[in-house]
Ligand binder design. Structure first.
Ligand code: HEM
Length: 274
């Protein structure tokens, strides 16, 4: 008989279950590597700048408003935002590895609490920055990234409530939804670079960084992964083999697109800045 848990870990019984599980693990494997590369980039870029020159060092980064003289609070918010980003991006994937969760529950709780608290703090800092300094991508960018902050704070609260209530299955599902919305900024970058690689940038005005694709992907960065995750959960809950196979194919394609996007972002955006 097949036992299904709410995360990537289907206890395999039949081959459609095994293929579904395999596709989830494949996607997660690509995502974990991609997030650790992103974490490395953020640490290697910003920590030396801050260590050498303090907050004014942010002015040497590519950020359009990295450092604004006289705006101490905004400069501090950006420094906190990028330093915390390293903890969040590197810690998130660790939480989803069942072997770590099961063998080191104390570590899982510690990383989990840190992840949620820092995600909420950095979202608050991000909200402040968006509405005081702005963000590239025009009005759509402002609204979408603010919505992301609201989703992060809400999903973190729901995941914590289920953990406190010991409803572990629901806690895991909400923790995975949280992981998707926290990772939205990463999805934005890999998705955009995938698009550049695939189409040369159709629907993107590179001068203003606006256009139909940018508007679509600002919202897609959180809703596309969330929708695929919900489809995956539904397939886990299904008893029929055909839906599981269809979803396994979808998730495998998503893993391929993720891997290409990571390659494009690493080679075309992150590494050249270091
Ligand atoms: C919680 C997950 C988040 C992470 C891990 C994260 C990470 C980062 C990183 C690494 C940067 C530096 C950009 C780069 O070098 O590519 C950055 C910039 C920025 N982030 Fe976030 N961020 C998150 C959420 C948010 C949210 C929710 C908001 C807004 C509500 C936000 C607003 C900003 C702003 C305004 C910048 C300045 C750069 C720009 O103009 O794009 N971030 N973030």
């Amino acid at each position: 008989m097949t036992t299904v848990t709410s995360d990537m870990s289907v206890q395999p019984g039949r081959w459609p279950d095994r293929l579904l599980q395999f596709s989830g693990v494949l996607w997660f494997f690509c995502a974990a590597i991609g997030q650790w590369i992103f974490a490395y980039y953020v640490a290697a870029l910003y920590i030396p700048l801050l260590a050498r020159k303090g907050l004014p060092g942010l002015g040497d980064s590519h950020l359009p408003d990295g450092y604004i003289p006289g705006d101490a609070l905004g400069n501090l918010a950006i420094a906190i935002h990028v330093v915390i980003a390293v903890i969040i991006i590197s810690g998130g994937p660790l939480q989803l590895i069942p072997q770590i969760r099961n063998r080191f529950p104390g570590f899982h709780r510690l990383v989990g609490r840190t992840y949620m608290i820092t995600a909420v703090i950095t979202s608050a800092a991000g909200l402040y920055l968006v509405w005081t300094r702005g963000v590239v991508g025009g009005q759509a960018g402002h609204i979408a990234i603010s919505l992301d902050a609201i989703l992060i704070i809400s999903f973190a609260a729901i995941a914590v409530r289920f953990a406190i209530a010991r409803k572990i299955d629901q806690h895991r599902r909400w923790a995975m939804r949280l992981f998707m919305v926290v990772s939205a900024v990463w999805f934005f970058r890999i998705g955009m670079m995938f698009w550049f690689m695939a189409t040369g940038g159709v629907g993107i005005d590179t001068e203003t960084f606006t256009g139909p694709f940018i508007t679509f992907w600002y919202f897609g960065q959180m809703f596309v992964p969330l929708i695929i995750l919900e489809i995956y959960f539904r397939a886990q809950d299904q008893s029929g083999g055909a839906p599981k196979l269809a979803v396994a194919l979808l998730v495998t394609l998503a893993a391929g697109a993720t891997a290409i996007g990571i390659f494009a972002a690493t080679m075309g955006m992150w590494f050249p800045r270091l």
